[in-house]
Each structure stands twice: as structure tokens, then as C-alpha cells.
Design a protein around this ligand. Sequence first.
Ligand code: XMP
Length: 420
Amino acid sequence: MPIATIFRYTKPEVSPRKGPEGFVRGAREFIRKHVRSDDKVKIMVSGGVDSAVTAVLFYLEIGDRLYVTHIDTGFMRMIRGREESEIIAERFSEFKNFKFINARQLFYEKVMGIHDAEQKRLGFRRAYEIVTDQQMNESECSVMTQGTILPDIIETDGGIKSQHNVQLRFSEVQKIVEPLASLCKDEVRKVAEFLWSNYKMKVLESVSRRQPFPGPGLSVRVVGAITPEKLEVERRVNDIVEQMVDEYTKRRFDTNLYIDENTGEQIPFQSFVAIFDGVFTEATKDLMPLLREKTRNSIKCKILNANVTGIRDGKRVYSYPLCIESHVMLVYDVLKEIGSDIPLRTSFPRVLYRVNSKFGSLRYAVAIRSVNSIDAITATVNEIPIRILKRMANEIVKQCDVREVYWDISPKPPATIEYE
Ligand code: XMP
């Protein structure tokens, strides 16, 4: 299959950190240079800030020659009990050529039942390529654009994870134009704020404070083989956690996303839940001296039998995480040391700390993850007080078929933000 020619705006004269207005001027010039006056352009939008900003930049230049599609892949979230795809369709209602398609069946066919993370990602990407080809054809578009940003390209080309929007193979797309390819998330947020204050398009409202959600959606958070039941539990638990982290962040900072003006750090950058079949094996005894070195309290550990992704010496690793539990509440200084040091000295790519459990024959274990980051290339654990995490975990075990709730205490690196 031919590989489309990609035009990336990689060297903007003005960085959005210095001046979003200058960046927008440059990006619009870049679009004019690569799109002819009779070209129709397609964008697939996920609802996130990157694709929303890209859609608006193109819309400002080419108006209704922009054809916008949102795919319900079946792996979108539940947001406060509502389907995320429905919310996205409402936000894009200002675009005349907006189309919503339900492609759940195709995505499920390509992804459900696959154990290996990269194979799942490739299955997702294949479904994305097929739907995009169909959509390009149907709207007779000659150019495609995407909200691809710099970390997406670095991670995929560096072999850490095959992101859904990089290294694509289409049969109907010859040309792809990517205006945000040099930016990190905090810079895209600055552009979004600038565009919102100038153009007030509905799709931009509050989008600059929206947390990232990966293109393959919940498919990379249902770790291992996906079943419809496991996916439904994930959707529910993820909604509980997003809501409770949001409430906690608003109490602490008066906003759902605090951005440090000096460093660009976003607190939290991302908060979510991953779900696992709760199958464990005993950890070997030789781990104990290492753990005892970190904490004077007695600590128990076991291994979760589910491969998750991490990074070692800049390369991808894929193996089981270590789970620890303690009868006394451990403090962050200790947790942080365990979370970053154990993966460096063992084969475990990350460490999970147990915050609640329930007796019974329930199948699933879940991990809550909340991280702070500037650019998604590195990330630190968002130090939510353990008593708040316990409250979240109580809610989860009360409402859902979940046996054990863990808190992910590993930064990136050695872990990655998502699990697959
Ligand atoms: P990791 O898990 O590699 O993620 O530390 C870094 C950031 O990228 C997001 N992510 C994706 N975004 N398509 C996307 O658009 C993808 O395939 C994809 N995979 C990961 C992830 O959520 C985090 O913000």
C-alpha cells in the first residue's frame, strides 16, 4: 500500500510558549502553502485538544471545504454517565460538514481477544486506516490532516508504542498535512486558549483544559485480551475515578487542570484507570531485602500476570508489574522511591500499591493512575493523598465487580503513562 506524503510544520518561527498568535499566523501560512484552492480536506476528530485545534486552524483557512468525521470506535469513555462520542458530536455541531459514524463492529473485530499490546495497537490502527479510507472516498477529499504532535512521532518512531496516527498506510490518502507536529501538549493548550479567545467556536470551549485521551481509547486500558464485560467495567470505574480526581483537583486548585506558568507542568496531566484479569503469582523471596531496604514496615508483594509497557535505557520493555501491600499506610517519600527504583533494579516495569480489596470470587483488579507532566515524554506521580485514593477505591469496590484496587506509583520512565 502506498505511504502518503506527510507535510509537517516542524520549524515554526514563533513557539506558542512565546506567542500563540505568531504560531497561528505561521501555521495558517503553512496550511495555505500545502492546500490548493480546490482541495477538500478530511480530519478525523477524537474530541481532544490536538484534533480540535487542527480542525479550527483548517476551518479558518478553508471553511466548509473541511470535512470532519468522528468515529465511535466502541472504545470511547463514559463521562459522568454519558457516552463521550455523543458529547463530541454536539461540540462539532457548528461544522457544516461534520459526520458521526459508528464503526464499533470493525474495531471490535480487529482488536477484541488479542493479548499482545502492540498487536492490539496495530489492529486498532488497521481499523482506523480502513474507516479513514472510506471516509476520504465518500467525501471526495484529496488531503487529510491530523492533530499529530511531537511526542506521538517520537514514541512511535522510537519503538516505544505504535500510536494510532503515525506510520499509517492508506490506499485513498496521498497527502497528509500536520500543522502541530512540532508541539507538545502544553503548547497546543496555549494555541487552543488563543483561538478560543478570538473565535469563540463551541468546539474550543474548555478544550484547552481537557486531559489527553489516547486515540485507541480504552482498548489500551483494558490490559490483555478485551471482552465486552471487562470493557464495560473499565468504562464505569474510569468514570468514577475521573470524576473523583476532578473534584479533588478543583478543591485544591480551583480548576480541574492546574498549569504551572513557569514550567508548563500540568497537574494532573492525565488520570484514569486500567483493568486487568486479577491473576497473580507469588513474588520470589529475593525481592524482600530490596523492599525492606526502602521501608521498615513489613510489606507483602506479588506479581500481576499481565504484561505492561515500560522504558529501560530508552527502549520498550513489556512484562509483569509488581504489586505491593502494607498493613500501615506508606508515605509518598517511600512510595516514590519504590516506584522508581524497583523497575531499575528488577524486571518489573512498574509498581502498584494496593489501596483496597474485597473478598469474593470477583474477577478484576484495577489500577488508578494519575500523573503530572509537561510533554508526556516524562511524567511524575500526582501525589493525591492516600486517604482520598482509599475513598475512590471504596467507591469502586462498592459499585463495580472489582476485587482489588491499586495505585500506580511509577513515574515515566521507567513506566509509561498508559499500560499498553
Ligand atoms: P505513553 O503511554 O506512551 O503515552 O507514556 C504518552 C501520551 O500519549 C498518549 N497516547 C496516545 N495518543 N494515540 C494518541 O493520540 C495513541 O495511539 C496514543 N498512545 C498513547 C497517552 O495517553 C499519553 O498522553
